[in-house]
Design a protein around this ligand. Structure first.
Ligand SMILES: NC(=O)c1ccc[n+]([C@@H]2O[C@H](COP(=O)([O-])OP(=O)(O)OC[C@H]3O[C@@H](n4cnc5c(N)ncnc54)[C@H](O)[C@@H]3O)[C@@H](O)[C@H]2O)c1
Length: 249
């Protein structure tokens, strides 16, 4: 068999049962990785996709806001595969709430899933990532950090935190052979965006982008795959916008 981009690698994807997480898992498996699928909901469909790609999949129920669940996820990864090379912190929530109506509980919940979870996963997986002197951490932020939208102050602040965390952690783990980067997608078609308030924004966002079409999950998965690969070896602490040119720096 011809080696693929991720042959011999084990990738952990959080929020792998749907949307972008599902596509990230499928893409990494199609390119040779075995997968640990972490999800609150059964990731049966994703598991099937990984198996169809001829790779191994382990599914683990995991609420990323629970330190115990994340520790159990790391232990399951170690016992099933004995290694972790790629960690994709994808799980996230993005409820629309005007700031004036937002409770501190609402604020904390959004921070807890989108940012605090990275504390748990990175702490739990770094020892394994360090084992082979090579590792990739990929965090999912959002271009909302620059494009700025109403009713998502908590989400925007948390995703900005993801960028800061990415930059800071990159400095601490580079000597261990680990890179830490983030992707910042624009508005991407997923089950959640199609059924939520974002569904009314597709046409407007498409017009604002340089590339006038709606982003599909695979548009982001290809960038995640690049960041997960050896090809991105001299990049760390970076955030790549994947938004059809909605934001341009
Ligand atoms: N879709 C977009 O337009 C868009 C744009 C920018 C960034 N993002 C980010 O991309 C990521 C994926 O979003 P999506 O659009 O695919 O949404 P989605 O709702 O399809 O997927 C999110 C996944 O996270 C999981 N999840 C939520 N809370 C969790 C928890 N506490 N523990 C474990 N899993 C949990 C959900 O079950 C789901 O599988 C999120 O971080 C989101 O903020 C999405």
């Amino acid at each position: 068999m011809i080696p693929q981009k991720h042959t011999g690698k084990v990738a952990v994807v959080t929020g792998a049962s749907s949307g972008m997480g599902q596509e990230f898992a499928r893409r990494l498996a199609n390119e040779g990785a075995d997968l640990v699928l972490a999800s609150r909901h059964p990731a049966t469909e994703t598991e099937q996709m990984v198996k169809e790609a001829g790779r191994k999949a382990v599914t683990q129920s995991c609420d990323v806001t629970s330190a115990d669940d994340v520790q159990a996820l790391a232990e399951a990864t170690q016992s099933q595969f004995g290694r972790c090379d790629i960690l994709v912190n994808n799980a996230g929530i993005y409820p629309f709430q005007p700031f004036a109506e937002m409770s501190f509980e609402d604020w904390r919940k959004v921070f807890s899933v989108n940012l605090d979870a990275l504390f748990f996963t990175c702490q739990a997986f770094l020892p394994m990532l360090k084992q082979h002197g090579w590792g990739r951490i990929i965090n999912v932020s959002s271009t909302v950090c620059w494009s700025v939208a109403p009713n998502v102050t908590h989400y925007t602040a948390a995703k900005m935190g993801v960028i800061g965390f990415t930059r800071a952690l990159a400095t601490e783990v580079a000597d261990a052979g680990i890179t830490v980067n983030a992707v910042a997608p624009g508005l991407v078609r997923t089950g959640t965006t199609e059924s939520g308030e974002q569904s009314e924004m597709f046409d407007m966002v498409k017009q604002m982008q340089a590339i006038h079409r709606t982003a599909e999950t695979d548009d982001v998965a290809s960038v995640v795959s690049f960041l997960a690969s050896e090809d991105s070896r001299f990049m760390t602490g970076q955030t790549l916008s994947v938004d059809g040119g909605l934001t341009r720096f």
